[in-house]
Ligand binder design. Structure first.
Ligand code: FMN
Length: 317
């Protein structure tokens, strides 16, 4: 069980190669209208099937166990019907380069049946749907801006790059930008629970994230103060170009919160890599078996939205 939040509290459970994955939410107001249809749009955005995503297709239908009116819980479960254990049998002896197999074996003595898996982001997206409703009219929107170094808007070049990576048994990363509007001024804390810390905490809970930058981000280090400072333009505290990404002193400043997330290229690749076989005690040439996303960044925008909405729900409620 993995737990996040206090006022809007979520616990995810299950695993990619177990019968199900799911999430239990606590203290969601019983009066908040909810139906399985509310989840469709975001779950569909995360779903596999498009070029560059895994051929493992699941129906991703949410089963709601709504006990909000009795014990204050709402549990959302998704069945796993299309997993193949045999694809993972090598990884105890030959941990995949870049993946979590080595650390899972070292820490738990097992691979934990697909706990370290993008499948665990399915319940996160479901939690995000509820969180988004709770924080209305604050709006959270994320979109893919880059794939393998190519602007996402260059759709033909992106499609070509995905095809080439797939053909070569390789993978690509990407960048996701998130923008939150209608955020009240003053959310967060000046130090350890600064709004950037809370968002980074949640975003780094998504498997495969390698970086996050707010507003000008790393480019700020190369700017002068006069270029980076952001003059106020009205009494509400709006600024000329929102270079701080909506946060000053750890607190939301009333401008849109804007951050970008670096998503790594998928670790599990068919391209042969020289790596260590721990059973035989020697280096071998290894091609990772199984069904994997060529570029899981394509599926990450709704996940980033979800964890962001969960953070904001914890602060706004
Ligand atoms: C939506 C989503 C789908 C993913 N699909 C794959 C995949 O098909 N193959 C793979 O090796 N990693 C995939 N990942 C990434 C792994 O889960 C992640 O690299 C692994 O858990 C290790 O965590 P780390 O990269 O943060 O160290 C996916 C991640 C997400 C968010």
């Amino acid at each position: 069980m993995d737990v996040f939040g206090s006022r809007f509290r979520l616990e995810i459970f299950g695993a990619s190669h177990a019968p199900c994955v799911g999430v239990t939410l606590r203290d969601v107001p019983a009066a908040l209208p909810l139906s399985p249809d509310d989840f469709t749009a975001d779950l569909r955005r995360r779903k596999s099937g498009a070029p560059g995503t895994t051929p493992r297709i699941e129906d991703d239908l949410p089963q709601l166990d709504d006990r909000r009116a009795t014990d204050g819980t709402l549990t959302i479960t998704f069945a796993n019907r299309n997993y193949r254990d045999e694809d993972y049998k090598d990884f105890t002896d030959i941990p995949r380069p870049g993946h979590a197999d080595f650390v899972a074996m070292a820490r738990y003595g097992s691979l934990r049946d697909g706990w370290f898996s993008g499948r665990m982001t399915l319940p996160l997206v479901a939690a995000g749907v509820v969180a988004k409703k709770l924080i209305t009219p604050t709006l959270v929107e994320a979109r893919l801006t880059e794939v393998g170094g190519i602007a996402a808007a260059e759709t033909e070049a992106v499609a070509q790059a995905l095809e080439t990576a797939a053909r070569e048994g390789d993978s690509l990363g990407g960048i996701v930008e998130c923008r939150c509007t209608g955020v009240p001024v003053g959310l967060g804390e000046p130090f350890f629970d600064s709004l950037e810390s809370l968002l980074a905490h949640a975003v780094f809970s998504i498997p495969g994230i390698r970086g996050i930058e707010f507003g000008d981000g790393f480019a700020a280090a190369r700017m002068t103060g006069s270029a980076h400072n952001d003059p106020f333009i009205d009494t509400e505290g709006h600024t000329a170009r929102n270079g701080a990404g909506g946060i000053n002193g750890g607190l939301s400043n009333g401008n849109p919160i804007v951050f970008r997330v670096a998503v790594k290229p998928t670790s599990s690749i068919r391209k042969v890599q020289r790596t260590f076989d721990f059973a035989r005690g020697c280096l071998i040439d290894y091609a990772v078996p199984g069904r994997h996303d060529v570029c899981f960044a394509l599926r990450v925008p709704p996940v980033v939205e979800a964890v962001t909405a969960c953070v904001l729900a914890n602060l706004i409620l």
